[in-house]
Design a protein around this ligand. Sequence first.
Ligand SMILES: Nc1ncnc2c1ncn2[C@@H]1O[C@H](COP(=O)(O)OP(=O)(O)O)[C@@H](O)[C@H]1O
Ligand SMILES: [Mg+2]
Length: 259
Amino acid sequence: MSAISIQSVSKRFPNGFEALKGIDAEIRSGSFTVVLGPSGAGKSTLLRLMNGLETPTTGMVRIDGEIVDRRKVRHIRSRVAMVFQQFNLVDRLSVVTNVLTGRLAHRSWVGSVFYLFRQEDLGIAREALCRVGLIDKAWSRADKLSGGQQQRVGIARALAQRPKVILADEPVASLDPVSSEEIMTLLREICDRDGITVVVNLHQVDLARRFADRIIGMNGGRIVFDGKPEEMTQSVLRTIYQREGIEDDTSLDMALAYA
Ligand SMILES: Nc1ncnc2c1ncn2[C@@H]1O[C@H](COP(=O)(O)OP(=O)(O)O)[C@@H](O)[C@H]1O
Ligand SMILES: [Mg+2]
């Protein structure tokens, strides 16, 4: 069974803009998929549909066979973790408390409100911090860490959810090249070692090529390529990065330059 099944999904926002136009994709359990495409292609919208942050206008998304539905968001969150470009940490809280918030989807409403965590949760959080190499920073304030370290905390928080799927929306877009490399390596390792299905939105062609099992190329709300990294030729890249009516496209030039 696919970990994620996307069937005939379209998304029209209240202002009438159609961000996704008929998306079909089956994402295999334990695979590492990169969704590649220029800004505005619909990558974030697609990812948000996978954890119930958005509802499709038509079609459906399934996680492990179960339809993703707004009413079941809490249940979905216990299985689908998200990693963000801006890390989304609570700055003034310690690193370990941030990681513990990953346990909230598994806890009662009262416990969530009062940040009551069990001893068991603390063990899970510590384990996640060891995993990302930050156990020595457990009691530092989150905002005292570097960008790369903060993203590691974001990943530890995702791991603390004990998820089946990790969705990462441009996780390295705010990082320097060295930290980007480390974060991608870490996500790949989590996929390989823990068998967690990973989907990463990226706009960097080189990273997509090096880390993905499969690349889904998007442009204008459609999938315009779906294949292995080695199948992504220069002409495919033009299709992914082309913008209608634009002759001298610097974003296309940049994408090709790094390819
Ligand atoms: N809530 C919204 N209302 C209207 N348009 C939106 C909304 N969210 C995103 N969009 C539009 O949908 C398109 C796709 O956005 P997004 O999924 O964020 O693309 P990407 O992540 O590939 O940059 C963009 O043109 C964006 O402006
Ligand atoms: Mg985006």
